[in-house]
Structures are given as structure tokens and as C-alpha cells.
Design a protein around this ligand. Sequence first.
Ligand code: FAD
Length: 315
Amino acid sequence: MANVLVFIDNPGQALKKSSLELLTIARSLGETAVAVNGELSDDVAGTLGAYGAATVFRPSAADLDDYLVAPKAAFLATVADKSGATTVLLENSPEGKEIAARLGIRLSAGVITDVVAIDADGTAHKSVLAGSYTTTAKATTAVTVLSVKANTVDPEPATAPGTPETVTVDAPADATAAAARITSREQKVASGRPDLTDARIVVAGGRGLDGDFGPVEELADALGAAVGASRAATDAGWISHDAQVGQTGKTVSPQLYISAGISGAIQQKAGMQTAKVIVAVNKDAESPVFEIADFGIVGDLFQVLPQATEEIKKR
Ligand code: FAD
């Protein structure tokens, strides 16, 4: 059985679905410990126990959260040593991957990113070439660091929940010496919709919306979905850059991805083609998006989307 350490950056007042997925995977591999950066509320501690975490490590420096990746990697390396971790799991976000790389150097550990499954013996299955292939990899080092894509497993609490022991750890004294510090934060206006990378359903719109995201947002709200966009739509300023899906945007792997007025360029596919089911609405039957769609509707999205929203609302 491996000693598994899960890194949860800034859990806030409730754990994200992607964190619960990491805990579920960790439990399937061995004894689970968690390293938390930021506040640890009673609710979060309770959830960690419910998901089988035996120990929770926290940094003694309260301001670790004010820095970008380097000090977090230093803290995590200290925790990995202290906990005897042989496997470290992180989110597959850009920051998670950068921390994984820095941690790999500190621990002389093998690093595997874009992981979609991990076997009991530690063999990882990794998505490559924008989800076109899955490769198999196993590190030969004593410690392996893996960043795991969201939506790879369904989160499941432990059958025997416990109360984790909390341990405070001093990060190395030089951890913040040359690190970039965050000088200000801007609170986003809460949309009430699920986080794009965590969402089970994403409704995404592109240039075909011609500046009007209304039909996409209404369908998303009827389905309890997140709203995504192509780069053409975000560059045009029709929606925030946060919503961009693709090579230079976010990577999503929802159960259902509804693409409306998006042509399906290779850079857009890079962020969404691992979705379980893809539905495309496009008025051009020759659009490349239909090559990867499980279901395609050739039609005007301004007619198709409101009809779908109306039908869903009736249920
Ligand atoms: P278009 O290609 O213009 O397609 C619009 C589609 O809408 C067409 O297929 C049209 O038939 C359809 N349409 C129009 N009106 C309607 C209607 N009324 N009803 C139904 N359908 C309609 N793109 C990304 O998305 N994400 C990225 O991360 C990204 N990164 C990039 C990185 C680099 C380095 C580069 C060079 C490009 C990147 N792009 C990215 C841009 C990408 O190449 C495409 O230009 C972009 O995805 C096109 O967006 P679109 O499909 O919305 O627009």
C-alpha cells in the first residue's frame, strides 16, 4: 500500500468536486494524508475525514497563500518527507502542474501530468495530444508526483469515516525568499453556476452567437451547467476570458459538452474532446465540430437552443 499525499490549495469553506475526486483516488491507492494550504474550516476538516484522510498537514506560515507556486512546492516537499509519502496527487490545473514540476525536482521524484486513471500498483494512464490518445506510464523513482484531470472518477466517501489528526508544518525558511507575491485580489461576481473545470455539464458558445450569449446562458441555467466559450467569443469581449475552453483556455472533461456556434478548430478541441458526450449545434453541416460530436444538430442555434431550454424546463 502506498502512502498517498493529496495537495488541496485553498479549500475555502467547502471542498471542490475535483478535490473529492483526488481523495477518492488516493484512498484506492493506500493510506491518505492531505496537505492543505489556507484556512481549514471545521466543515472542510469533517469532509476530509469523511473521505478517509487520516492526517491533515497545514503550514505554520499563515501568509503562504499570498505567494504563487514556489513556496507551496517547498511546503509540500517538507510534508512529503515528514509523511513518508510515496505518491503525491495534485489537481491538473496550470498551477497544480507547475507545483508538481517544482516538487518533482525537490523530491527527485518522477512527475506524471494529465493523468486520467491510476492503477492500484501506481501505473498511471495519461491523456496526450489533447485527449487523442491515452498512454501508460509508471515512475521508477521512490516518490511519484501525479496531477490528475478533473472528472476522472465519481467522488465517493469512505465506508469508515474518521477524524483526521491535524499537524502544523514549518515550510523551509527560504521558501518565500525569491517567490512572486500576490499584491491584490479581485473578487469575481458569483454567477451561481458550477465551476467550469468541475462541471458535469458545459454549454459553450462561439462566434456563431454574434455577441449574444443569452441562449447559451439560459440553456446552461436550465441544465445546471457551466458556461464555456471559444476564443473567438472571449477575444471579442462577449464573455470573460475565464470561460475560454481550449489549448490556451481551460481543459474540461464533463459528462456532457454542448457546443453552439463553434466550428471545432483544433485549439478548441484540445480543451473539450475528452468530454463523455459531445452535442454540437452548427448551421454548417461541413463544420469540423461534427467530426467529434456524438450528436449533431445542423441548424440555427437561435432556434435550437431556446427550444431545448423550453423542453428541459417542462421536465
Ligand atoms: P468560428 O471558427 O468563426 O466558427 C463559428 C461557427 O459558428 C461556424 O462553424 C459557423 O458555421 C457557426 N455559426 C454561425 N452562426 C450560427 C448560427 N446562427 N447557428 C449555428 N451555428 C452558427 N480557440 C479556442 O476556442 N480555444 C483556445 O484555447 C484557442 N487557443 C488558440 C491558440 C492559438 C495559438 C491559436 C492560433 C488559436 C487558438 N484558438 C483557440 C482559436 C481557434 O483557432 C479558432 O479561431 C477559434 O476556436 C474559432 O472560434 P469559433 O469556433 O467560435 O469561431
